[in-house]
Ligand binder design. Structure first.
Ligand SMILES: Cc1ncc(C[n+]2csc(CCOP(=O)(O)OP(=O)(O)O)c2C)c(N)n1
Length: 313
């Protein structure tokens, strides 16, 4: 039987299943944030889950012929069509009468999600097909050598946003994808971070309880692109949350909850540990801090306003 809402209770980290479905021996970098996250995603998904994996690092490092790291049925789709494949699996299982036995989980990078697969995700969410879409968000097209994606933060170095006389890192703000998905009004939308595995585990389990699509955006550091020592992946994933660079929240049937209150640490603490930001001037850092404070305040205020309006209806 698939993991079901009725046999799951939000617990403590020691209560997580010991069984692994993403096995060692893959070719991910030492300290790879997404690879750590795969273990948690597959643990939460459970043994009767079907994984749909878009092209990207997690597909490439885990399936070197003739081996696989996946202990679950796994389908690789082209870069842009992971969500339609999930829709197809959903329809096929429904036709067989076995839909309730399986969790369908899409795993895709931010390039596949924010940019190249976006139209197909939007269409699947409009159709209302039941599956959980998880974006492992390392803020770049890492697999092809760290090009900028819609998730790359402003000012960050990537190979397509170099530091030089003409440009000085990424020139525009990142796309507010979680909020764009929220506008689809699907039953469950959440953000998470590799540094908070229990929060992620519980969110994945919760996503299976809704009769429609769910979307979870997990911030997960990339050693090569973000340029830091490989021992710092979890620390950076935590600093992103503590500084407010990444808000951890969920929107459940329209109701917003900020799951982790940022500690209000200066954003400089997060930026200074990463080579992709080493060119920043004090003025750049001040601009990032100001933008962040404003953006987070606005997001929480807007969502709380919607919560209040919903309560009145
Ligand atoms: C339509 C299409 N465009 C480009 C590529 C080349 N490509 C393969 S993986 C990849 C990067 C994937 O980036 P992302 O989705 O962020 O995942 P990550 O590599 O960071 O894990 C690119 C550009 C492709 N396979 N298909």
């Amino acid at each position: 039987m698939a993991s079901k809402s009725d046999d799951w209770k939000p617990g403590n980290i020691r209560g997580l299943p010991l069984e692994e479905f993403f096995h060692s021996g893959h070719g991910a970098c030492a300290g790879c944030g997404p690879a750590i996250t795969m273990r948690m995603i597959t643990k939460a998904a459970g043994k009767d889950s079907i994984i749909v994996n878009a092209t990207g690092c997690m597909e490439v490092v885990s399936t070197k012929y003739p081996t696989t790291s996946w202990g679950l049925p796994w389908v690789h789709g082209a870069f842009e069509n992971a969500a339609p494949i999930a829709s197809g699996i959903h329809a096929a299982l429904a036709a067989q009468g076995t839909r309730a036995k399986h969790n369908i989980v899409v795993i895709a990078g931010d390039g596949a999600t924010y940019d190249i697969g976006f139209g197909a995700i939007s269409a699947a969410f409009e159709r209302g097909d039941k599956f959980t879409y998880i974006c492992y968000n390392n803020e770049a097209y890492a697999n092809t050598g760290s090009q900028q994606s819609g998730a790359t933060p402003k000012h960050a170095w990537t190979t397509t946003t170099p530091i030089g006389k003409i440009i000085h890192g990424k020139e525009v703000e990142k796309k507010p994808l979680t909020e764009i998905i929220a506008a689809h009004k699907i039953p469950y939308i959440a953000t998470a971070s590799t540094a908070y595995p229990l929060d992620l585990f519980n969110k994945i389990k919760k996503s299976f309880t809704f009769d429609g699509p769910s979307f979870i955006n997990v911030l997960t550091p990339c050693v090569l692109t973000w340029k830091y020592d490989s021992s710092l992946s979890v620390e950076l994933a935590r600093l992103a949350v503590d500084t407010g660079m990444w808000l951890v929240y969920e929107i459940e049937n329209g109701k917003f909850t900020l799951n982790i209150q940022p500690k209000g640490l200066p954003v400089k603490n997060y930026l200074a540990k990463q080579g992709r930001f080493k060119h920043l001037t004090d003025a750049d850092i001040a601009e990032i801090q100001m933008h962040l404070d404003k953006q987070n305040k606005e997001l929480v205020a807007e969502r709380e306003c919607v919560n209040k309006a919903e309560e009145k209806i």
